[in-house]
Design a binder for this molecule. Structure first.
Ligand code: GFB
Length: 311
């Protein structure tokens, strides 16, 4: 007989998002169940189903995913589409089959069309062409959204899908080839300061605009939505304001106290011109973010300096 106690499984607990959700749960007295990669390969369907049967979680945060910045997405399209489709298909199906009462699926703001009106509302989904540098990842995430909706309609499975904007924070990927812009620039400015380099290379024109949300705010929103949202409609999680990549670079230069110049490398892709989420829906439920961008970057930089030898 299954226990009636709540058992929370965080899939992807070593990643930026999963580790923040675990921190948030622990701080509210919930000890999540996790599975190390060596113990469970989420791309293997039979292994995932067996794991769910053995552990009987009641709630699932699906934060496991193949993620990366513009260059990683653009250069490894097969890995991005295969791993994301496999992981989410296996976890959502096994969760439903084993009797999980609620699942939260993490999508991404890149599921919206490249030229969607700004700020982007949830209704923009499937309303236009995707940004080509990340369409493989976006198509996989859209399939995950549709899977959650289909399992809700056909089986009454309480699966919700949340769409975070660009994220950053402690535990991020700082690898210059595969990371997103914010951790990449933290590393570049830090290393340029140490070597007294004359300039730092910033990819693209510096004109694209992005919105950045601290991952601890995201984790807070996920736990809030797990408790307060039970609908098939997707829901955006954003910070509410965007800045240009040039402005972001200037801010990170300031935080890292680097004295050199910025050099824009227009041979590198800009990606989508602007990505700002409309967050009216989550705000109306009573949630809003609390961590300012400068404050968040300062904390992330401190974490990086502390951890750089282990990265
Ligand atoms: O963060 P990022 O890699 O991803 O790049 P996207 C954002 C912008 O920053 C682009 C510029 O215009 C980059 O050209 N940029 C400047 C840099 N310098 C750098 C640098 O050193 N490294 C990186 N990585 N970018 C991703 C998607 O898009 O966003 C994913 O590919 C996902 O699928 C993620 O949706 C949230 O914001 O363009």
């Amino acid at each position: 007989m299954r226990s009636t106690a709540v058992t929370v499984f965080v899939a992807g607990h070593n990643g930026l998002v999963g580790s923040a959700i675990c921190r948030k749960l622990r701080s509210s007295g919930v000890q999540p169940v996790v599975a190390e990669r060596s113990e469970l390969d989420l791309t293997r369907q039979s292994a995932v189903e067996a794991w769910f049967e053995e552990h009987s979680p009641t709630e699932v945060y699906l934060a496991a995913a193949r993620v990366g910045g513009i260059h990683a997405n653009n250069s490894s399209p097969a890995d991005f589409i295969f791993e994301n489709l496999a992981i989410q298909t296996n976890v959502i199906h096994a969760a439903w089959k084993s009797g999980v009462s609620k699942l939260l699926f993490l999508g991404s703001s890149c599921i919206y069309p490249k030229l969607a009106p700004q700020p982007m509302t949830e209704d923009c989904l499937l309303d236009g062409k995707l940004e080509p540098t990340n369409e493989w990842y976006a198509v996989a995430k859209i399939a995950g959204i549709k899977m959650c909706q289909a399992y809700r309609r056909q089986y009454g499975f309480n699966a919700i899908s949340v769409m975070p904007t660009n994220l950053y924070g402690p535990g991020d990927n700082f690898d210059l080839e595969t990371s997103h812009v914010l951790p990449a620039l933290i590393r570049k400015f830090h290393e340029a300061k140490q070597s007294a380099a004359a300039s730092v290379s910033v990819w693209g024109t510096g004109n694209p605009r992005r919105e950045f949300l601290h991952v601890d705010d995201l984790a807070d929103a996920c736990v809030f939505l797990m408790r307060n949202y039970d609908d098939e409609d997707i829901i955006n999680i954003g910070w509410g304001k965007d800045i240009s990549i040039g402005e972001l670079a200037a801010l990170i230069r300031d935080v890292t106290e680097y004295g050199g110049e910025l050099e824009f490398d227009s041979s590198k892709p800009d990606g989508t011109p602007r990505k700002l989420l409309d967050t009216s829906r989550i705000n109306a439920l009573g949630w809003s973010p609390g961590i300012g961008l400068r404050e968040g970057i300062e904390g992330t930089y401190a974490w990086f300096v502390d951890s750089v030898d282990r990265l």
